[in-house]
Design a protein around this ligand. Structure first.
Ligand SMILES: Nc1ncnc2c1ncn2[C@@H]1O[C@H](COP(=O)(O)OP(=O)(O)O)[C@@H](O)[C@H]1O
Ligand SMILES: [Mg+2]
Length: 229
């Protein structure tokens, strides 16, 4: 589902964020990308989304050679990937229902599809009863649930989560990761960048560890493995 082959990313200022990284992620896997702040985790997300291009190497996502995409083809890639971030990035002037339905409108879903899909997504994330609330009226955990529902609105085969629990209290963080685990169990391939040691050590999933742009470890049932403050 995702292949990085000898991927190097140097930003314009010369910073080498990823240094000759290779890995393969199969359909249906759940993978943690771990590493200290500045290691290169978010750069992986940006490359997968075609927000940045690799300096060298190749990236395959759901059969698409990302570095070769032409601008008009980028929406097809984005439809294969749902993404959530630490800071939710919800539209504050739209309610919960509208935040999810908007993601479907953008790709041209019919009103009928939207009326069927949005309630089912809100039910999956446990927020059916808050559909009419604005993001500012939600707890941070609820806001991240909305962001997850939105990420899955167009049934992408891949969910990318870049530090999705970093701004949440520990209990809420675990609930969000459990939910992401349920999403994975329904067949979505999950790649979650995190430096939440407790979560990684608890889940016993595959771990790809990045340090200073180098892939230093790739373990089937790994732990966090870095010193924490
Ligand atoms: N747009 C950019 N321009 C220059 N350097 C960047 C840019 N984005 C990230 N970096 C640098 O690349 C390295 C990896 O960053 P990032 O992928 O965001 O790490 P992480 O998500 O693991 O904290 C860091 O040294 C960071 O400062
Ligand atoms: Mg980051």
């Amino acid at each position: 589902m995702i292949t990085f082959e000898n991927v190097t990313k140097a930003y314009d200022n010369g910073t080498v964020a990823l240094d000759n990284i290779s890995f393969h992620i199969d359909k249906g896997e759940f993978v943690f990308v771990v590493g200290p702040s500045g290691a290169g985790k978010s750069t992986i997300t940006r490359l997968l989304m075609h927000e940045e291009l690799p300096t060298s190497g190749s990236i395959l996502v759901d059969g698409i050679a990302v570095q070769d995409l032409k601008r008009p083809e980028i929406p097809y890639l984005r439809r294969s990937i749902g993404v959530v971030f630490q800071d939710f990035r919800l539209l504050d002037d739209r309610n919960v229902y509208e935040n999810v339905s908007f993601a479907m409108q953008i790709v041209g879903a019919s009103r009928r599809e939207i009326r069927r899909q949005v309630p089912s997504l809100l039910s999956m994330v446990g927020l059916s009863h808050k559909a009419k609330l604005l993001p500012t009226q939600l707890s941070r955990g609820e806001a991240q649930r909305v962001s997850l529902a939105r990420a899955l609105a167009n049934n992408p085969p891949i969910l990318l989560a870049d530090e999705p629990t970093a701004s949440l209290p520990p209990k809420t963080a675990f609930e969000i990761v459990e939910l992401i685990g349920e999403i994975n169990a329904r067949g979505t391939t999950v790649v979650m960048a995190t430096h939440a040691k407790d979560i990684v050590d608890n889940m016993k999933k595959r771990v790809i560890a990045i340090e200073d742009g180098l892939l230093v470890r790739d373990e089937v049932k790994g732990g966090y493995g870095f010193e924490t403050r």
